[in-house]
Design a binder for this molecule. Structure first.
Ligand SMILES: Nc1ccn([C@@H]2O[C@H](COP(=O)(O)OP(=O)(O)OP(=O)(O)O)[C@@H](O)[C@H]2O)c(=O)n1
Ligand SMILES: C[C@](O)(CO)[C@H](O)COP(=O)(O)O
Length: 274
């Protein structure tokens, strides 16, 4: 399996890339994997923490590679770890897909932008998938790609909420927080990845966000944070649609999530040799 380490602006042409040129309908995926994982606690960068003896990142890339709709995966790694991440991915069988590694950035948004810059121009459909969502089923990946192929500009997989949600006024020092409202739960969704986009739309909103950041500078409150790529599409007036996600596509964020992920993986391995 070839795993080429490239700088975002200098992409070598490989035989696999030439195949990709012939099939623009094949999707490429960006995997932001440059986060520290502060909420998971001390240890290696989150993408390299192990689940069932295999790094989360490898699970996430495998989950994408399982889809016939995905032809290229670009991983945005911690900047200091690009060669190591390349070697790690090379050492795992990844279904013959073209896997590349670029240096990620200081924020998730920047990591996605840097990954996006490494995708050949002729690719028309781009997925963005967190390294921190190792167990997304292939059916979810396929459903997201299918919705973009059917004409949507931006597609997110999502699940209904189990808890009632309240909007509050945050308070310092653990003081009780006044409740402002209780949104109607039936209209709320918890959003997952991979999120899918028409490439031109994703590039445009990332470019606009970068320009907006440059002009807003550090002015407090100038730019409300956007935590997902679909949020950028919404910010600039685009239409985002939701397809069904999956409860096993949850994000490994806190220590308990890793315990749950181990249990899900053990169940899969016991039931189908996953
Ligand atoms: N500078 C960053 C920050 C985050 N991510 C990636 O974005 C995904 C979702 O982010 P999250 O779960 O919040 O990861 P972390 O930022 O690592 O977590 P934390 O906020 O707990 O530090 C992860 O795959 C993470 O590696 C990234 O590529 N570059
Ligand atoms: C993209 C995402 O996983 C969708 O749920 C989420 O928004 C990432 O947020 P985080 O703050 O980086 O965990």
């Amino acid at each position: 399996m070839l795993c080429t380490v490239v700088h975002a602006m200098a992409i070598p042409t490989s035989p696999k890339e030439r195949n990709l040129n012939a099939t623009a309908a094949v999707a490429a995926a960006v995997v932001p994997a440059a986060g520290r994982g502060e909420r998971l606690g001390p240890g290696a960068p989150k993408a390299l923490r192990e689940l069932g003896g295999v790094p989360l990142l490898v699970h996430a890339v495998r989950a994408l590679a399982r889809s016939r709709a995905v032809g290229l995966v670009v991983v945005a790694a911690p900047p200091e770890g690009v060669p190591e991440v390349g070697a790690l991915l090379d050492s795992h069988g990844l279904d013959g897909k073209d896997i590349r590694v670029v240096a990620g950035g200081a924020t998730r948004q920047e990591s996605v932008r840097l990954g996006l810059a490494a995708i050949p121009a002729e690719v028309e459909i781009v997925l963005v998938h967190d390294a921190a969502r190792p167990l997304v089923p292939v059916d979810v990946v396929d459903a997201v790609v299918a919705a973009v192929r059917s004409g949507a500009d931006a597609v997110v997989p999502a699940v209904p909420l189990a808890d009632t949600v309240k909007r509050v006024v945050p308070q310092a020092g653990g003081r009780p927080e006044p409740v402002v409202e209780t949104p109607e739960r039936a209209t709320l969704r918890a959003v997952q990845t991979p999120q899918g986009f028409r490439r031109a739309v994703l590039c445009e909103v990332h470019e606009k966000a970068l320009a907006e950041e440059a002009s807003a500078g550090q002015a407090e409150g100038a730019l409300p944070p956007v935590t997902d790529d679909a949020g950028l599409v919404e910010r600039f007036g685009g239409q985002v649609v939701v397809v069904p996600g999956h409860e096993e596509a949850f994000k490994v964020t806190r220590p308990l999530d890793l315990v749950l992920a181990e249990a899900v993986l053990a169940r899969r391995r016991a039931s189908d040799g996953f």
